[in-house]
Design a protein around this ligand. Structure first.
Ligand code: ADP
Ligand code: MG
Length: 706
């Protein structure tokens, strides 16, 4: 690994900013692909200017630029006009621009177009000599990276360029026959062109290879993983236990037919004598949690420990509370069954089922206590985050591992937990609506249960797609719901004002949680209790806010997408999403799944701040459907095969580039390559596969390509 600070322009402070994005080394930086690209297009005539967009124009100045001073600020103004329109160009605090901008000079200007009092303007545009622009910029795609406080796009660009130079010729890790047979770009070329493509065509080729790699490694790792498990005799063979029937009868609701079927499939695996490897797939809100809990109870009744891993501490705590309340009923019910003998320990009813929570935000003492209970088998059910497979933890007898929202985890993390037990059964839960045929390719090592219907009596969510001018009405509507005793969410794409963002590349200003929360405190009467949630808060702060919201102590929660997965507050009836066009449809569908979980009518308000037709069309898909599968299909149809600038559908399996829907073709090829490879070298141990073997072990360890 190469230290970030060894790169040009990166000191301790900047390295700290990179770390907040999860980038700790130069190698990781090179895998930090762009969030978007800015295409340096040919200049457009003035009538084609669109307010809000970054564009290039060209023109000959009619007059010298004028320098004015207002207060302490120097403003240089120049004007461009052609037969079709007129554009004002302004620079602040750059008086020297006056010397450049002389009458008769021919320049290109590039910047964001704004509109003020019906007049078009560009402030602080970049200026180019026509020849330079044509040679060095035209047609190129400039990377636009995800940023954080203390990082500008320019800093990232320079660091990436320096890293590319320093890393030299890397060794190609794919066998050469794969590179040749599948027409792939070489590894190093791919990295360079993912960051700095000289044309769309180059980007397309680079992206193809990057996508191939992600699928290939995930499926190869999956195949190797299941190698341990496939048709292995289980050390945790279960028997049907009568207590399961009693436990089910005691649930606060009746299982749906789909839930019962999924559980029967699970129970039959666990009793088969072989190790279970099963994926439960069901749309958001279909009720997957209870199915997982049943599997865990089955393990516990059979004398084994069961662990459930959730992607966030908030979600882990929520599951913990759910299970705790079910267990309370159960453990108390046990005693009621046998009123005569206190602490009854009859043979069919040996001991109460016990539960432990483990998250990163617990104190050291709390963690130690949890570890001790896990090691001594005092804890039957263990719920936590990725903390569950830390080295310090020893399980007494781990018989079942459940991974909730598994698309948030990589194969590596599944593997790490897997090794905590002696061939434990595994159950993974996914809300990603993958068509069955694709699921069978991607998860060829798994059996699949589908939960294809929601609990009865749910009223479909009412959806609206609105422009920014609708906001005031939306707030009034939210207030009405709050007055009725319901709760609401407002989602913003950013946490704080991205001061590093130079404003180029993104078409609209991003709403951020910090300022939005302030604003809401002014908009709503003071009796409305407003909370805020984002990924940069400390773990225990996040949990506290979420628990307060769940307990009804907050009316409105302004949040980033940290609430996207799993959060279950049935009393919440409104979800408003700011800059909705900034999210993938699958992500929006997941977010929307936070409402409509109770018996009341729920609403989803998507605020579209973009003016493009495409954005409107995409959001329309969501407005018209509440079905994850249908949405995925429609979205795919809308985006042609070449549309790689579109937003990714999902973060399935922690893929960074690949999209399981639009890249299904590449997925199939990668699968074929994996199968061919495993036929030749099932253990990946031939000398010519040494480089691949090394990348594979790192992948299994870290769950990602870098
Ligand atoms: P998801 O599949 O998104 O994980 P959850 O398991 O969180 O969904 O379930 C969503 C909500 O539906 C929860 O409040 C849960 O208690 C409730 N629920 C689950 N199954 C049923 C059922 N059979 N009948 C009624 N409500 C149910
Ligand atoms: Mg869930």
């Amino acid at each position: 690994m190469t230290e970030l600070t060894s790169l040009k322009g990166i000191g301790e402070k900047t390295a700290g900013a990179f770390q907040r994005l999860g980038i700790f080394s130069a190698e990781e930086l090179l895998r930090h692909y762009t969030r978007d690209y800015e295409e340096f297009t040919q200049p457009v005539p003035l009538y084609q200017l669109v307010p809000g967009q970054v564009m290039t124009v060209e023109g000959i100045l009619q007059k010298d630029a004028a320098l004015n001073r207002f207060g302490g600020i120097a403003i240089v103004n120049a004007y461009l006009s052609d037969m079709t329109g007129r554009l004002q160009l302004s620079w602040f605090n750059a008086p020297f621009m006056k010397n450049t901008l002389k009458a008769g000079k021919h320049f290109y200007f590039r910047g964001r177009v704004t509109e003020k009092n019906g007049r078009l303007m560009m402030t602080q545009p970049r200026i180019f000599e026509p020849g330079t622009y044509q040679e060095k910029y035209a047609g190129h795609l400039m990377p636009v990276y995800s940023l954080t406080k203390g990082l500008t796009n320019n800093t990232v660009v320079k660091a990436v360029a320096d890293a590319l130079g320093k890393m030299g010729e890397g060794e190609e890790f794919l066998p050469s026959w794969i590179v040749e047979d599948y027409g792939l770009l070489p590894d190093r070329e791919t990295t360079i062109r993912m960051h700095f493509p000289r044309s769309r065509k180059e980007l397309l080729l680079a992206r193809q290879r990057a996508v191939f790699d992600e699928f290939f490694m995930a499926m190869l790792a999956g195949a190797r993983l299941s190698e341990h498990a496939r048709s292995q005799v289980s050390a945790h063979k279960c028997r049907p236990d009568m207590r399961m029937i009693r436990f089910m009868a005691q649930l606060p609701f009746q299982l749906t037919a789909a839930q019962s079927r999924a559980y029967r499939e699970i129970a039959s695996d666990m009793c088969s004598g072989r190790v279970m490897n099963r994926l439960v797939e069901g749309d958001v809100g279909s009720g997957k949690t209870i199915v997982a809990i049943l599997a865990m109870m089955n393990a516990a009744f059979n004398g084994y420990q069961a662990a459930m891993m959730a992607p966030t501490a908030v979600l882990a705590r929520q599951h913990y509370e759910t299970v705790r309340s079910l267990l309370k009923d159960w453990n108390e019910g046990r005693e009621d069954n046998d009123p005569g003998s206190p602490g009854s320990e009859g043979p069919s009813d040996p001991a109460p089922v016990s539960l432990v929570l483990l998250t990163g935000s617990m104190t050291a003492a709390e963690k130690r206590e949890a570890y001790a209970r896990i090691r001594s088998h005092e804890a039957d059910l263990i719920i936590g985050t990725h903390t569950l497979f830390q080295e310090a933890i020893e399980y007494a007898d781990l018989g079942l591992i459940v991974t909730d929202e598994q698309h948030r985890f990589g194969v590596g993390q599944r593997e790490a937990l897997y090794h905590k037990g002696d061939l434990p059964h595994t159950l993974i839960m996914s809300a990603t609506p993958i068509p069955r045929t694709l699921a069978m390719i991607l998860y060829s090592d798994m059996n699949i249960s589908l939960i294809d219907a929601r609990p009865e009596g749910r009223i479909p969510i009412k959806n609206a797609v609105v422009g920014p001018d609708y906001r005031q009405r939306a707030y009034r509507f939210i207030y009405e719901e709050i007055k009725k005793g319901r709760q609401a969410y407002i989602i913003c794409p950013a946490i704080e004002n991205e001061d590093g963002d130079e404003g180029e590349g993104s078409a609209s200003q991003l709403e951020n949680v910090l300022s939005y929360t302030e604003k809401m405190r002014e908009v709503f009467p003071s009796n409305v209790r407003i909370g805020m949630l984002h990924g940069r808060m400390k773990g225990d702060e996040k949990e506290a806010v979420m628990m307060a919201y769940k307990a009804g102590e907050l009316d409105l929660l302004v949040s980033t997408t940290v609430i996207e997965v799993g959060v279950d507050v049935p009393n919440a009836t409104v979800m408003m999403v700011e800059n909705a066009e900034r999210f993938g449809l699958a992500e929006l569908h997941q977010l929307r799944g936070r409402v409509g979980r109770g018996s009341e009518q729920s609403y989803c308000i998507l605020v579209n701040t973009s003016e493009t037709e495409k954005a409107a069309e995409r959001l329309e898909i969501l407005r018209n459907s509440n079905d994850g599968f249908a949405i995925a299909e429609e979205d795919l149809r809308l985006r042609g095969p070449g549309d790689i600038f579109g937003l990714r559908q999902s973060g399935e399996m922690a893929f960074r580039v690949a999209d399981i829907y639009s890249d299904a073709g590449i997925m199939k090829k990668a699968k074929e390559a994996v199968d061919r490879l495993l036929k030749i070298d099932p253990e990946i141990q031939r000398p010519e596969h040494a480089a691949l073997g090394a990348v594979l072990s790192r992948y299994m360890e870290r769950g990602s390509l870098m």
